[in-house]
Structure formats: C-alpha cells, structure tokens
Design a protein around this ligand. Structure first.
Ligand SMILES: NC(=O)c1ccc[n+]([C@@H]2O[C@H](COP(=O)([O-])OP(=O)(O)OC[C@H]3O[C@@H](n4cnc5c(N)ncnc54)[C@H](OP(=O)(O)O)[C@@H]3O)[C@@H](O)[C@H]2O)c1
Length: 304
C-alpha cells in the first residue's frame, strides 16, 4: 500500500453474494479504492485475461469472490468446478504474487467430511464428501503452494439479499406449502455475506506483516440445523409482515432430502484463530437475516 493513498482493492466475481456484499461496503466508505469485475468482465478461467486486467488496474490486494458454487451440479460438471475453484485461484494467486499484491481467497466447510463431534479447526484434516468440496480443497492447496502469504477464509452456509440461497428458497417454499420437511441432522453456522465481506475488508486493510498467510475460519453464530435456520427465517419474515403464516416444519434426516451430493453432518467452524487476530467479530447471523428481510430490494424480488 502506498503511504498517503487509499488501499486499492480488486474484487473478482462481483455479481455473486460475496461480491455484492463487498460492493455494498465500497459504497459506504471512501478509505478503500475498490474496483470490481463481474464474470462477464473477467473470466478467471482465462489466464491471459487475468494478466491483462491486473496490468490495467494496479492494486494492493485482490479478493477472489469468483467461484463455482452449484454443489449438486458440480458432480456432472467436475472440470468446470475444478477450473473455477482450483486452477483459476492458483493462476490469480501466482499473478498477484508476481505483482506483490496480497491475495484473499474464500473456501468452505464442505472441505470437511463432518464426522467429528466438535467444531473444526483450520489444521484439521480435510476429506470432502462431494465434487464441489474436492474442487475447493484443491483450490486451497493450489493457492497456498502458489503463494504462502495468501489468505484463505473458510466460511459456511452463506446467505444475503441476493439469491439464490437458503433464505430465498425458504420464503418461496413457505408461501407455497403449509408444511415443510427440513434437514435436522446437519449442523452449521449460517453466515451473512455482509459479515464475511467486513472481515475480508478488515484483513485487507491490515499491514501485510501483521497477518500470517494461511487458512482462517469465519462463520456465523449460533450454530443451528437447517430446520432451525428455517424456523428463524419464518419467525422473522412473519414479524416483518412478509408472510401471512409460519409453516409447520417437520425434521427429516439428510438421506430424506432430495440432494444428489452428500453434505457434512457437522459443518461447525471454530473461528478462534481469526478472533485472536482481529478481536471479537460481528457474526450473529440472526442480525444479518433481519437486515436481509428489511432490504426493500430483497422484498421487491421475493414478491415477483
Ligand atoms: N454460498 C455458500 O453457501 C457458500 C458456503 C461456503 C463457502 N462459500 C464460498 O464463498 C465464496 C463466495 O460464494 P458466493 O455464495 O458469493 O458465490 P456465488 O453467489 O455463486 O457467486 C460466485 C460468482 O462467481 C462468478 N463466477 C463463476 N465462475 C466464474 C469465472 N470463471 N470467472 C469469473 N467469475 C465467475 C459467478 O458468476 P456466474 O453466476 O455468471 O457464474 C458469480 O457471480 C465462494 O468461494 C464459495 O465457494 C459459499
């Protein structure tokens, strides 16, 4: 970072949930000079395009918010998932390192098999259960071997005002059905994209030497099952006048849910390493959920 100049921060994948949450942060502050690229503006699977874009926009850091996130579809498109989630992040990491730029990447709880009975630490062994998780695991390894100073933040169950995500799906199903059957044997931390964006911005603003490269966990609190997450969505949506009635929720096991790819039963991420570095973090997802439901744009979208 040049002394006396605002931090210059590039963001790929700007139209996704995290990308849009970073755009919302950019609008609210002038001390960071953000530049965003959508998928259409920069396809990160094109190495030449990455080089050209980085040459055209000199910067201090890059946050990679681009990813292939269709968990079930990844099984039938493994090469596309691997390109977006492993090869492209490796190319980005190398290109950033060559320009002395700090590289920030995002990964997932789905790198774990979920078979432990405690929250996962950063150095626990990874053993993904599905194609998407394997592509993200490969991405973590490729990024850190390309640039050991890169920072990877693993997160879980991301939601925001911009779908598709679980909140959108629940509100749609809840309008259509009086009773919903929801998975009660997977536990994790829903994470509001605004909280994740704030953490990444916070990390990017720190002087390089103060944040060791490597993996950090960040997810929302409290931990819940998908059924409990849905219950809170409906309670808040009803209180906000977005739903006439709260549907009845029946617990089911993962095997009864119509997903083609397995998910970890335990998705809990221990965030102690990041909190030791940054201090206590805003991560109550129920507050983020309230902000999503109160967003006029979100309300307009779910009514159409
Ligand atoms: N969503 C979750 O529940 C969740 C959970 C844990 C971790 N994560 C991780 O968190 C990060 C952010 O996730 P998110 O939910 O914000 O994802 P998202 O909403 O799916 O957004 C990803 C963005 O990346 C873009 N993209 C895909 N391939 C690209 C390519 N080759 N070049 C450039 N852009 C490309 C997508 O564009 P198109 O739409 O045009 O393809 C989309 O705008 C990801 O690394 C994800 O793996 C997500």
């Amino acid at each position: 970072m040049t002394p006396g100049h605002p931090l210059r921060l590039l963001v790929t994948g700007s139209q996704g949930q995290l990308g849009r949450a970073l755009q919302a942060l950019a609008q609210a502050n002038s001390s960071t000079d953000y530049r965003f690229a959508s998928h259409a503006e920069l396809d990160v699977s094109q190495a030449d395009a990455i080089e050209r874009w980085l040459d055209a926009h000199p910067a201090d850091c890059l946050i990679n918010a681009a990813a292939y996130t269709a968990v079930d579809r990844a099984a039938s498109e493994p090469a596309t998932a691997m390109m977006a989630n492993a090869q492209a992040p490796e190319t980005l990491a190398r290109a950033c390192a060559a320009r002395n730029m700090r590289f920030f990447h995002v990964s997932t709880d789905y790198v774990f098999d979920g078979r432990t009975d405690r929250p996962y630490h950063e150095d626990d062994a990874t053993a993904p259960l599905n194609t998407y998780g394997r592509s993200k695991q490969a991405g973590e390894q490729a990024v850190l071997s390309a640039d050991s100073t890169a920072i990877i933040v693993r997160t879980s169950w991301l939601f925001s005002a911009w779908g598709p995500n679980f909140v959108h799906t629940m509100l749609r199903l809840g309008q259509q059905q009086a009773t919903l059957r929801l998975v009660a044997d997977q536990i994790g931390g829903p994470t509001w994209a605004g909280h994740l964006a704030a953490v990444l911005q916070n990390l990017a603003r720190r002087p390089g030497g103060e944040t060791p490269g490597g993996i950090y966990h960040f997810s929302g609190q409290p931990w819940v099952s998908w059924q409990e997450f849905a219950q809170e969505i409906f309670v808040q949506a009803h209180a906000a006048g977005l739903m006439a009635r709260i549907p009845t929720l029946l617990p089911i096991s993962s095997t009864e849910w119509p997903a083609s790819e397995p998910r970890p039963a335990n998705s809990r991420l221990d965030c102690g390493k990041l909190e030791t570095l940054l201090g206590p973090l805003e991560r109550d997802w129920r507050l983020g959920l309230g902000l999503v439901l109160a967003d006029p744009e979100f309300q307009r979208r779910i009514k159409t």
